[in-house]
Design a protein around this ligand. Sequence first.
Ligand code: TRP
Length: 381
Amino acid sequence: MAAEDGEVAAGFTVTPWEVSGKVDYDKLVRLFGTTPIDKKLLERLKKHSNGTLHPFLKRKLFFSHRDLDVLLDGFEKNGEKFALYTGRGPSGRTTIGHLIPWMFTKYLQDTFNAELYFQLTDDEKFLIKDGLTIEDVIAFTQDNALDVVACGFDPKKTRIFADTEYIKTLYKTAISVAKKITFSTAKAVFGFKNDSNIGIIFFPAIQAAPAFLPSIIEGKPVPVLIPCAIDQDPYWRIARDVAPKLGFPKPAAIHSKFIPSLGSGGKMSASIPETSIFTTDSEDVARKKVMNAFSGGQATVAEQKKLGGNPEVCSAFQYFVFLFENDDAKLGVLESECRSGRMVCGDCKKMLADRVCKFLNEHQERREKAKDVINDFMVRD
Ligand code: TRP
C-alpha cells in the first residue's frame, strides 16, 4: 500500500515533508510497521542510565523504534559499540520542538559513549521548499548548527556536516544506495508524483548515506541508532532495505512524537511563528506566545471556576508534560488544580512562561558560546 493511501485512510498525513491532521500514533506505528517501546525495553534503557528513565521516555514522547532491542543485545552481550545519527533540515529558525530529538541524542551520546553524525540537509530544504534560495538555506544551516552545538554534544565525538559541503564524502555511498532503489519504491514510500522535481526524488539516497558512514569511516560494520521524529521513518525503511545489499548493518531507530503547537491542534511548525517558540525568541516575545496559547479553559473565569479546565486538549499542559514539569507528583497536582477549576489558565500559563523563559535564557547563553567552538564540530570536504 502506498504511504499516502494509508495516511488518507487514517485521517491524517505524516510524511517527511508534511504533518497534518490529528496524528493517531498507535495507527501510525501500524501503518509504518515500527514497534512500540514496551516496558521491557524501558527497563533495559533504565539500567543503562543508573536506574532512572530519561523524562522523554517516561512521558512517552519517544514511543516507537526499529531494532533498538537488537542494538542493545549487541551492546550488552558483546560490548558492541554503536554510533548515533540524526539531523536537521535547515529551512528556518530552530524551534524548541526541533530540540527534542537533539536533547535526547545528547543523553544517548553520554549514556552509551557514542560517536554522533549530524546531517544538515541544506540540499533537501532547497529542493522541497518553494521560494527558498541556496543562500537562504546556507544561512539557516549556520544558524541552526549553533542550536545543535548548544545542546552540549562532545566535540571529540561529534561530526556535524552540511550536505553541500560534505557531498564528496557522501556521494559514493549515496549513488550506491540510489542504484538499489527503484522509482516505484520511492513513489510508494515517499508519495512522489510526476510533478515532483528530480532532485527530491534522488534525495532519499543522500539522507540514507550517513547511516553507513560510521562503517565506512571505521572500516568495519558499525551498528547505528537514529533518534528522530517519526516523520523521518520512511528514510530508514529504504536505508534498512538496501543495507544488507551493500554489506552494512541495518540502522536502528528510535522515534519521537511531535511537540504540539501553542495553537489548537497540529505540531509546532516554524512556518506558523505565532504558535511556535523559537530558540532565539526574546523573553517578551516568548512570554506573549505562551500567554496567547490555546488552552483547555472555559470562556470566562467564572465558568472556569465552576466547570474546571480540560488538560488533555490544552497545549500549555502538554508542554508541562513533555518538557517543563519532570516531577510526576507536581504534574498530578497541576492537573487536578486545572480540572477542579481552582487554577485558572492565566496563572498556569504564567507559570509555563517563566519556565520557558528560563529554558530559553540558558539555551541562548550556550548558543552564544557555540559561536566560538562551532568549527570544532563541523566537518567539510
Ligand atoms: N530530513 C530531516 C529534516 O527535514 C533532516 C535529517 C537528515 C534527519 N538526516 C536525519 C533527521 C537523521 C533525523 C535523523 O529535518
